[in-house]
Design a protein around this ligand. Sequence first.
Ligand code: AMP
Ligand code: ZN
Length: 112
Amino acid sequence: MSDCLFCKIVAGEIPSNKVYEDDLCYAFYDIDPQAPVHFLVIPKEHIQSVSAVNKENSRVVSHIFEVIAKLADELNLKSYRVVSNIGEQAGQSVFHMHFHVLSGRDMTWPPG
Ligand code: AMP
Ligand code: ZN
């Protein structure tokens, strides 16, 4: 999608601090970290949010969760939170599906 910030990051048109990349997904550190460790994992394909996941595109979601488990292991994250905001009221500001991975501080529940 030409006007999407995260599509531009995947294409290398906007710089990012890469954590991991393969043919299906891209992981990079959040520009405004909310925890000592805060990175995003996104599909390379443009999917607007979790609400747009369907039979045709869902394979990348399980793949992303495998990647999150692998990265958490490699980065030695003992406890972490995975968050995906869907829609403006929930806090989504970039409409290309992404999973936040946050770690390294105490976290509250329920979230604000
Ligand atoms: P959300 O608000 O859930 O849609 O998450 C979007 C996230 O993208 C926010 O945590 C932003 O800090 C992050 N973000 C926005 N622009 C960039 C960028 N250029 N590089 C890295 N992270 C970004
Ligand atoms: Zn996109």
